[in-house]
Structures are given as structure tokens and as C-alpha cells.
Design a protein around this ligand. Structure first.
Ligand SMILES: NC(=O)c1ccc[n+]([C@@H]2O[C@H](COP(=O)([O-])OP(=O)(O)OC[C@H]3O[C@@H](n4cnc5c(N)ncnc54)[C@H](O)[C@@H]3O)[C@@H](O)[C@H]2O)c1
Length: 380
């Protein structure tokens, strides 16, 4: 089916606890998400999720086995109440799951289960890795079937659960094989994340801080004002937490809506993602993705200060925020000319000879650096 979804404005408070957003991708297509805190733990009388599900006969549920029995049960119970949901596939979550064997396992399960393209839907529940894997499998089964994403990590809520990309790793390269396929819906329930896993929360926060600095000054101010709450259990179910999630999603969707299949190579959401892949690779992927991103973010912000764009006071607030969150941001390799040459060479290779390095022109406003010499000045 994968038909365009049109969400009606003016939903009542009982239907959706906090909003539903619609951003037109093209005239007849839309990206949609709904934020429903505690939808799965407590249920709700009637939500937009029900309206979407009513278009389908059967739900094929793929769940990240690590989210725990209780959450799996509540998710399964929720979907069973809406459509036939007797087919559940458990997948061991984490980066290692993003491989072809797991894709084939999902395809085989769909096939044996008699998945019907126009009336059934795949629902993916898990961290970004399971969402990437399941979205990819859904995008190639019968040339693409409907899928709904239900993220269970903070990074998933604000990034991997939203948008149109899917990927698996291949030949030792991260996200080497993938596709673009719009999810039918993303269901954002902060109640699903494990708030005791502080490292996971930090990982998600790194992407939120990135989006704030490059794309939304108000988001940065909200994050900064709540800096002492951000790692506390339960914060993302509060009004302040939900507002941060919503703004982060909006920043991302604004960019995706304008450039869904990344034809344009200047992308502000690549902030923190141009030089950091080599940091991750050098650490043999032991450095968490979010931390690598933040190190590049700080490097670029300092460059921005030297250009007279960000002020010293703003730079101080950024560093103070990261310090409160105990997120390390110094990276000696960015001072190493050999590392920088290689990182830039790799970035340029994927961008048709250009660097397109996003830096903040002001807090929340991007610009792009192309002059490699300027950037290398401090490293040489
Ligand atoms: N497609 C996109 O647009 C996009 C965007 C950003 C990131 N990603 C991808 O997302 C992946 C990272 O995702 P992630 O940070 O969510 O990590 P992850 O999915 O690898 O999960 C990390 C660990 O947490 C477990 N987990 C997930 N939810 C849990 C919960 N509620 N309780 C307990 N354990 C839980 C997982 O099983 C895994 O062991 C990367 O592969 C990245 O490439 C994709």
C-alpha cells in the first residue's frame, strides 16, 4: 500500500497526548509521526495510531529482544487489540544485527507467514539497529511493503525512528547497503526507552545537541535550561522532555522534507558526521557514535568562533552543557595533520570533490566550509 498519509489537524487531546506532525515531502506524500507518551504502558482510548492501523488486517511484529519481556508484552498486547498480531519475530538488538543473514531471516518469516502486500503491515519495535534492519527488509520485500517504526532508545526517538533511511553494514563498512523508504508512521513513546541506561541517553543527547546547535536555537536553549534533568529517569515523559523530543524531530524532518533522498550534498544534519566516521573507525567502533559526533561538533564550533560567528559566550554554554552531562568532547586527533588529511580525503570522496562541512553561522543557523586550508590551519 504505502499510500500517502494525510493526518487531519485538530485532533482532540484524548486522541493524541501531544500533537501529530505532518510535513509534506512532495505534493502527494508525507512523513508523519505521533508522540504518545505511555501509549504502550497504559493504553489510550483512541489514538491516531488506531486510525492508521485500521487500514491493515494483520500486523507482523519485529521486536528488539533486549527491550525486556514486560515492554515486549505491552507492545504485543497493544497491537493485538488493533489487528491480528499472531506473528512476532524476536531480533537480538545492537549494531551486529545489521547484516544480510538477519535480513534474509526477516524476509523468510514474512514469506512463510503469508504477508499480503496491500493489507498487512510490518511493525518494528527497537533501537536504531533493529529499525534500520527491519526497514531495509520491508523496503525490499515485494519491492516495498508498509512499515511502522516504534523506537525504544532516545536516539531512535529523535533520529533513527524518523525519516526515510534504512541500512545494514557490509564488507566491514557501516550502512553500506540500504534504501530510502518512508515509514507509514513513526510512533514516539518515550515510555519505551530504558532511562537507567545513562550511556544510551547520552548517545541520544549527542544527536539532540547537534541538531540544536546547527538547526534550532530554541531547542538549544531548552536543552541548556534542562541540563541538570536530562539524564534523570522519567525526564523524557515530562512536558519539557517531550518538547525537546518534538523540536529535535522537527529540525530533522525539516531537512528530510526538503531533501528526502539526499540528492543535495549540503546537509546541515551532517553536522558532526563529516570527520567523525574516521574517529569511529580508528577506535574500531568502540567509540560510541554520539561521542564521535560531539567531538566533531565541538571542533567545528571552535572553528566557527575563530571565524567570528559563534560568540565565546555561546561556546562556553556548549562546553558547560557537555561537561554537566559528562560527555567528553576534546579530541587530540583533530590536531593531527595526518588524521585530518585522511578524514577530509574520505569526506570529499563521498561528496563529489567538495567538503560541505556544516558549521554554525550562528546558534541554530548553518553554513558550509569548503576551504580545506582554513580548516587545516590549526592542524599544520
Ligand atoms: N536510519 C536512520 O536514519 C538512522 C539514524 C540514526 C542512527 N541510525 C542507526 O541506529 C543505530 C544505533 O541505534 P541506537 O543508538 O538506538 O542503538 P542500538 O539499536 O544499537 O541499541 C543499543 C542496544 O540497546 C538495546 N536496546 C534498545 N532499546 C532498548 C530498551 N528500551 N531497553 C533496553 N535495551 C534496549 C539494543 O538491543 C542494543 O543492545 C546505528 O546502527 C545507526 O546507524 C539510523
Amino acid at each position: 500500500m504505502n499510500k500517502p498519509l494525510r493526518m487531519q489537524p485538530g485532533l482532540s487531546a484524548e486522541q493524541v497526548v501531544y500533537g501529530s506532525e505532518l510535513l509534506a515531502r512532495q505534493d502527494d506524500e508525507a512523513l508523519s509521526y505521533v508522540i504518545c507518551p505511555d501509549l504502550f504502558a497504559h493504553g489510550m482510548q483512541r489514538t491516531i495510531v488506531d486510525d492508521v492501523l485500521s487500514a491493515f488486517k494483520r500486523v507482523f511484529l519485529v521486536v528488539d529482544a533486549n527491550i525486556g519481556a514486560e515492554k515486549i508484552q505491552s507492545v504485543q498486547k497493544h497491537f493485538s487489540g488493533k489487528a491480528t498480531c499472531d506473528s512476532v519475530l524476536h531480533v537480538e538488538g545492537g549494531e551486529q544485527v545489521k547484516n544480510f543473514d538477519e535480513v534474509v531471516r526477516i524476509l523468510d518469516w514474512l514469506d512463510r507467514g503469508g504477508f499480503v502486500r496491500r493489507s498487512d503491515v510490518v511493525v518494528l519495535v527497537g533501537g536504531g539497529s533493529v529499525l534500520d534492519l527491519g526497514s531495509f527488509a520491508s523496503s525490499i520485500y515485494r519491492r516495498g511493503v508498509d512499515h511502522i517504526r516504534v523506537p525504544t532508545t532516545l536516539l531512535g526517538l529523535v533520529d533513527a525512528g524518523i525519516g526515510v533511511k534504512s541500512a545494514i553494514n557490509f564488507n566491514g563498512n557501516k550502512n553500506r547497503i540500504g534504501s530510502y523508504q518512508r515509514p507509514t508512521l513513526s510512533i514516539i513513546d518515550p515510555g519505551l526507552i530504558d532511562t537507567h541506561d545513562v550511556d544510551q541517553i547520552r548517545n541520544g543527547l549527542c544527536e539532540i545537541i547537534k541538531a540544536a546547535i546547527i538547526g534550532c536555537r530554541e531547542l538549544f536553549n531548552e536543552v541548556h535550561s534542562n541540563r541538570h534533568e536530562l539524564l534523570k529517569s522519567g525526564f523524557y515523559g515530562t512536558a519539557a522532555g517531550i518538547s525537546i523530543i518534538r523540536r529535535s524531530i522537527d529540525v530533522l524532518l525539516r531537512e528530510i522534507a526538503a531533501n528526502p533522498e539526499e540528492q543535495a550534498l549540503r546537509r546541515s544534519m551532517d553536522f558532526g558526521h563529516i570527520l567523525s566516521p574516521l574517529l569511529e573507525a580508528n577506535s574500531e567502533y568502540r567509540m560510541p557514535h554520539g561521542l564521535a559526533v560531539v567531538k566533531e561538533v565541538v571542533f567545528c564550533c571552535r572553528y566557527s568562533v575563530r571565524q567570528g560567528y559563534l560568540t565565546n559566550e555561546q561556546m562556553g554554554r556548549i562546553e558547560a552543557l557537555l561537561t554537566v552531562l559528562d560527555i567528553p568532547y576534546e579530541e587530540p586527533l583533530f590536531e593531527d595533520p595526518g588524521f585530518m588529511r585522511e578524514a577530509i580525503a574520505q569526506a570529499v570522496r563521498h561528496r563529489q570533490g567538495m567538503l560541505h562541512l556544516p558549521i554554525p553561522r550562528a546558534l541554530g543557523i548553518p553554513c558550509f566550509v569548503e576551504q580545506i586550508d582554513d580548516l587545516m590551519e590549526r592542524s599544520c
